[in-house]
Design a protein around this ligand. Sequence first.
Ligand SMILES: Cc1cc2nc3c(=O)[nH]c(=O)nc-3n(C[C@H](O)[C@H](O)[C@H](O)COP(=O)(O)OP(=O)(O)OC[C@H]3O[C@@H](n4cnc5c(N)ncnc54)[C@H](O)[C@@H]3O)c2cc1C
Length: 406
Amino acid sequence: MIGAGIIGTSAAFALAERGYKVTLYDRAEPGRTGPSWGNAGHVVGSGIFPLAEPGIAWSGLKMLLDPDAPLKVPPAYYAAIAPWLWRFWQSSRGDAYARSLAALTALSLGSVDETEDLWARAGIGALMRRDPALYLYESDQSYQMSLGHWDQRGEVGLRSTHLDARDIAELEPNLAPIFARGVVSHEWGIVTDPFEVVTGLFLAGQARGVLHERAKVDAIAPQGDLVTVTANGGARTFDAALVAAGVWSKTLAQSLGEPLPVEAERGYNLTYPGRAGLVGRPLVLADRGVVVTGLEPGLRLGGWTELGGIDLPPNPSRWKRMRAITDAVLPDLEGAPASEWMGHRPSMPDSVPVISRSGRSPAVYYAVGHGHYGLSQSARTARMIVELVSEVADAQHAPFGIGRFA
Ligand SMILES: Cc1cc2nc3c(=O)[nH]c(=O)nc-3n(C[C@H](O)[C@H](O)[C@H](O)COP(=O)(O)OP(=O)(O)OC[C@H]3O[C@@H](n4cnc5c(N)ncnc54)[C@H](O)[C@@H]3O)c2cc1C
């Protein structure tokens, strides 16, 4: 198995639980280098909407022109991102959009229960608590525009409670009084610290016999019914390989000659140590594309989408703008010290992860491309991988197949 982020460590544990012998490769300490380290820690059971929605071409263009909007593309990456954006736009239309919505709904419904269940089996149940999230809208207009989504969530059984400005002030007294409306989304959880979760799953896997190889995998290649993994100049042959290397999986798929259009959606965070108590629950600043979470490392504000690939350095002006948002939303934090971080979400153009057997080799599998919801969808993905490997459930999981990009 390649990649010990939240997806790889979850799948490794679940496979070991079923009696498979697993070797988990990572070039670094498990969970240290990818977005699994510094994400916002939300376990979202209602993340059913693809980013590529009908009308995204127009709204995306407007966002690109607004320096405070949550979508960015660095000029140096315009040409490289063009093919992905073309697929993204195609995914926003008609049947393609309906298919993505159905796949994400299937992946999300019940995912908080499934996370609780897997983590209890791994002995890390205490790292998550169920906690409804509060979506916040700064104008009645933006709230009205969100109602279609809330209705759609309701139609599939996801619960919400709608609030006015007074309710918000009572629930979250430290927020500036700038929010006109709020909506509580009930199917939600929050972790103590995302890195602690990856570490916990990794250790639980090790306790069940998972072996760790600290090495960068350079290539995978079919070898009859088996598969060869090349790392550190040496090659080893396995019965099967799972690619779960986040956005870096693209290169490994290329070594198999398989198209995997995963791109980095760079997200930025600020973490204020010792200030987690300023908010009572996970918050979503819906008009800003930013979430706020009280975690063990501190109060974390993070989000945004910067389609900038894996090689460009972070853009420090993003943290500056995020600080301005913090000052506007939580005035107590003005001037407070915060650590800065940027991570690469592995994102597919249709927002649907690839949880699938390879089209090039029956011994290779993928669990890649969870975008904004890798932590939230990790337990279900682990179960799906076990089903693909042990029960040949390819037809059942066809909406997540890599064949859609062939
Ligand atoms: C700002 C931000 C906030 C977020 N908030 C949330 C949230 O609240 N809730 C949520 O559900 N999701 C959230 N996400 C998304 C989530 O973090 C990701 O979807 C998830 O971490 C992806 O996990 P992964 O295991 O697929 O990839 P990664 O975390 O990238 O792990 C991949 C691993 O593969 C290893 N690797 C890569 N290449 C190789 C190689 N060639 N050889 C060996 N090892 C290799 C890397 O070292 C890494 O450890 C957020 C993301 C960001 C950026």
